[in-house]
Each structure stands twice: as structure tokens, then as C-alpha cells.
Design a protein around this ligand. Structure first.
Ligand SMILES: Cc1cc2nc3c(=O)[nH]c(=O)nc-3n(C[C@H](O)[C@H](O)[C@H](O)COP(=O)(O)O)c2cc1C
Length: 174
């Protein structure tokens, strides 16, 4: 799939086929794409947890206020930031901003790579961080930033989601 098709095709998927697995190879490709994202000072303040365990996926769905599709997807990648890695070079701005921007860039690479492989994803940011961290027994220097379910979409074709027009969101200073 060419780059523009991937961009156009990516849409949040919230229903996953129960029959189709996601191979280790596909997960590895997606994670490879993640670590190719840019990061401030190339600090790479990210950490990824690949969750296949059904009871853990269920716990994540509960931490995400009942977003059950997290339990239904065969794989959930938990993307964490490591604020101290960024803070070591950039202080407060690193801890509060760069590490989140860096992980966001990695998340978007994950979404696009999965789309290119014919898989569906959803960027889930609405969750109780403490509950998610507790379920995962996460080391305290990691902050969970997003939960990304990955699986074969139940329905083919992207669901249209509107966009504010360019005229509304762009201004030019020629
Ligand atoms: C930071 C962030 C947090 C999000 N959190 C959730 C979430 O908790 N649950 C969910 O279903 N979708 C979530 N989304 C997905 C958005 O709802 C979705 O991207 C948006 O509606 C546009 O639709 P599209 O992704 O299909 O283009 C989140 C997206 C972002 C970027």
C-alpha cells in the first residue's frame, strides 16, 4: 500500500474479528515502525508492552472505563513514556512535553504501519493511568500514554470521520 493510501485508509477500528490472529511477525514490523519515529534529541523515551493475555486485556478494558474492544482485540500494545530519559537532557520541558510528543509520534507510526499491513487499530487515551499501571505491574518510571488494540477489522473499508476544512485550520503568512 502506498503512503497516501495508508494515510487515507487509517481510521479508528473498534470491532475486531475473533477468528483472525495477529502474527508475531506483524507485531514486530509495527514495533519497528514505532522506533523509527523522531524524538527530541533522539532520546527515544518510549517503552512498549505487547499484551496478548486475555485477562490482562480485560483488565485494560476495565481501566479504560469499559472500552470492551480492548479485550476483544487479539493484541493490545501499551505505549509508555519514560519522562526521566527526556528530563535528563531537557529538564521540565523534556518530562512534561517532549516525552509525550515523542511517544505520540511512535503511536502514529504504529497506527500507520498496522494499516499498511491490513490491520485495524484505535488510539485509546481515555483510561485510568494508575489502574492500567497496576494491572501491568509497570515500573514506576514508565507512564502509560496509549493503549492500542490491533486486530483484523470486522468490517472492511474505513468509516468516514469528518475533518475540519483546511481553510478553517490553516493560515498562511506569505
Ligand atoms: C489522544 C487520543 C485519544 C483517544 N482516545 C480514544 C479513546 O479512549 N477511545 C476511542 O474509542 N477512541 C479514542 N481516540 C480515537 C479518536 O476518537 C479518533 O481518532 C477520532 O474520532 C478520529 O477518527 P479516526 O481515527 O477514525 O480518523 C483517541 C485519539 C487520540 C488522538
Amino acid at each position: 500500500m502506498d503512503f497516501w493510501s495508508v494515510i487515507e485508509r487509517r481510521r479508528s477500528v473498534r470491532a475486531f474479528s475473533k477468528e483472525t490472529e495477529v502474527s508475531k511477525d506483524a507485531v514486530a514490523q509495527v514495533l519497528r515502525a514505532a522506533i523509527l519515529a523522531p524524538s527530541a534529541g533522539n532520546r527515544q523515551p518510549w517503552h512498549f508492552i505487547v499484551v496478548r493475555d486475555p485477562s490482562l486485556r480485560k483488565a485494560l478494558a476495565e481501566a479504560a472505563y469499559g472500552q470492551e474492544f480492548l479485550a476483544e482485540a487479539p493484541v493490545v500494545i501499551v505505549v509508555c513514556a519514560e519522562p526521566q530519559r527526556s528530563a535528563a537532557r531537557y529538564g521540565k520541558r523534556g518530562a512534561e512535553l517532549y516525552c509525550l510528543q515523542d511517544t505520540a509520534a511512535a503511536i502514529e507510526h504504529i497506527l500507520l504501519a498496522a494499516t499498511a499491513l491490513g490491520l485495524g487499530t484505535c488510539w485509546v487515551g481515555a483510561f485510568d493511568e494508575s489502574r492500567a499501571a497496576e494491572s501491568l505491574q509497570l515500573a514506576s518510571h514508565f507512564r502509560p500514554v496509549a493503549l492500542i488494540p490491533i486486530g483484523k477489522p470486522v468490517s472492511e473499508g474505513p468509516r468516514e470521520t469528518g475533518r475540519r476544512p483546511l481553510e478553517e485550520v490553516v493560515e498562511y503568512r506569505d
